[in-house]
Design a protein around this ligand. Structure first.
Ligand SMILES: [Zn+2]
Ligand SMILES: [Zn+2]
Length: 542
């Protein structure tokens, strides 16, 4: 077995052997820790194309939400677009002209594709649609709107008032302490719109106003991108969207007014001295408690870190080309959250769909893993992935065997061909309309996978006089015969009578019909596909 498949298989087993499926375990801990409504918060910076890792926060949060719901406790899932975050570097796949906007909040950048109000909204809308495609519909909050509507106002006032206490917490993890005149907020310059260049000169505690300067000296952002301010000096209120809390204070600030009880986030925030370490202390100053942290490891792509500069970024639609939403959810819910899951589409799909089909059979009581607790975890993983139970076909055929059928599909009446094959192998009973649709979807997904990962070079077909005569005889027989087994024997006869080794003749026919050197029983295949298509293909090489 391939090492990666073996590894992910072991991870699934580890998960299945745990006491309880993780969203249920977390839901129970949440309910015992917090009274009343549970609020699960997630957030994503809007600096470019949203990838599968960002969707993961919200999809896993959704599983926790469903698990809390099952306990009959009120619960809400929130997704925040962090569109006020400063734009620090231009992703490799985006226009270079965006460099002009470095240092601005993403919400101040225009939409380069001219289809939305702005750059941030362009990606927000994409992301929200992607979440919907896997049945996730969180309450959406936009950072800029939260500030403009004054949601942050009260907590900003407290943060500034207690800035010395906050600085003390932050300084514990800093090599160089924060300046005595440090403020936990960044002002957006009224003249140039940048947020990373401004410096507060004076703060009026009564009016909540600042005097600031937009520093014209060059400073370096992430990846050493230089940015300079416009030199503007101004006076303005810090409230209602003119300023933004710095990230390490903004995170606990929003837990406070949203009354967050749980937040899933990537492990970089959880590193020692990272934003989780400081936020869980700062939140107490602001008047709330740290939410239950669900910390997870990031995904890899073919064993490598996913990054825009490597060009290996995977999105939700990339995955849905080969699997249905429930399969993607099922995959996300498997394994320990602290182990890096590898996205290797050429290999993982086969195993994932087989595991999912198994969970489905166990859910419907048609199969057991032999262990009651493990069965229960399979059932919960299935239930949380599907979200709305539909009438399903219980697939008993493995992905690889199913793919073998899809590889030999005729050009016409493909679904009928698949059903006939499945019945022949004893895999299928009578199908309802919705089951037909499900089967058709599976065929299309498998076809995409074969096309992208099992591509075969076109085989060269050469025939001599003798073989062409034999093929002509075969065409006559195909026209007149209607019994699969008799046709099968007839092909042997034609080969023998023409002095061609049957193995060689069969190979030639497979090459012509299937672009392959081997294949299914020809008599059955030829009549299953239909005479017209077969004859056309045979005649084309004569
Ligand atoms: Zn747009
Ligand atoms: Zn400026």
């Amino acid at each position: 077995m391939n090492l990666l498949i073996e590894l992910s298989f072991k991870i699934i087993l580890i998960n299945m052997e745990e006491q309880e499926f993780w969203p249920d375990k977390i839901a129970k801990e949440l309910v015992s820790k917090w009274k009343g409504k549970q609020v699960i918060v997630t957030g994503t910076s809007m600096s470019g194309e949203p990838h599968i890792g960002s969707a993961n926060d919200v999809i896993r949060g959704h599983a926790i939400m469903l698990a809390v719901k099952k306990l009959k406790v009120p619960v809400e899932l929130i997704w925040i677009s962090d569109d006020m975050d400063p734009f620090r570097s231009v992703p490799a796949d985006l226009p270079k002209e965006l460099e002009d906007y470095l240092g601005m909040p993403a919400s101040n950048i225009p939409d380069f594709w001219k289809c939305h109000k702005g750059f941030a909204e362009h990606f927000e809308q994409k992301f929200i649609k992607q979440l919907e495609s896997v049945n996730v519909k969180p309450r959406v909050l936009l950072g800029i709107e939260m500030y403009r509507k004054g949601l942050y106002n009260d907590v900003m006032k407290i943060a500034i008032e207690k800035r010395k206490d906050i600085a003390k917490i932050l300084n514990k993890f800093r090599t160089e302490p924060l300046h005595e005149n440090w403020y936990p907020i960044d002002i957006i310059c009224q003249q140039c719109g940048k947020i990373t260049t401004t410096k507060i000169l004076k703060y009026d505690q009564k009016k909540f106003e600042v005097e600031y300067i937009c520093n014209p000296e060059e400073i370096l952002l992430h990846r050493k991108n230089p940015v300079r301010g416009c030199g503007h000096k101004g006076k303005l209120s810090i409230l209602n969207g003119n300023a933004k809390l710095t990230w390490r204070v903004e995170w606990p600030a929003r837990w406070t007014f949203l009354k967050a009880t749980c937040e899933p986030f990537g492990k970089e925030h959880a590193a020692s001295g990272g934003s989780w370490d400081t936020a869980k202390e700062i939140v107490e100053i602001l008047g709330w408690k740290p939410p239950y942290p669900v910390i997870y490891e990031h995904f890899l792509v073919n064993g490598e870190k996913m990054s825009k500069s490597r060009g290996n970024v995977i999105t939700v639609p990339d995955m849905l080309k080969y699997m249905k939403p429930e399969h993607l959810r099922y995959w996300m819910f498997q394994g320990k959250l602290t182990i890096a899951k590898d996205i290797n589409l050429s290999k993982m799909v086969t195993h994932l769909l087989d595991e999912f089909d198994k969970a489905e059979r166990i859910f419907f009581g048609k199969e057991t893993s032999g262990d009651k607790r493990r069965d229960n975890n399979y059932k919960r993983a299935y239930e949380l992935s599907v979200t709305e139970p539909k009438e399903k076909i219980l697939f008993k055929i493995s992905y690889e065997s199913f793919a073998e059928i899809v590889k030999i599909l005729p050009e016409k009446n493909q679904l009928e061909f698949v059903i006939k094959k499945l019945k022949e192998f004893g895999y299928l009973e009578k199908l309802s309309k919705s089951q037909m649709k499900y089967l058709e979807e599976r065929v299309n997904l498998v076809r995409n996978w074969i096309k992208d990962f099992q591509k075969r070079e076109k085989l060269e077909i050469k025939t001599n006089e003798n073989e062409r005569t034999a093929l002509n005889k075969l065409i006559e027989k195909v026209k007149s015969m209607n019994n699969e087994d008799e046709l099968q024997s007839e092909i042997f006869e034609i080969a023998k009578n023409s002095g061609i080794k049957p193995v060689k003749f069969f190979k030639l026919i497979y090459k012509i019909l299937l672009n392959s050197e081997s294949g299914p029983k020809l008599g059955h295949y030829i009549l299953g596909v239909g005479k017209e298509e077969i004859i056309n293909k045979l005649e084309a090489v004569l």
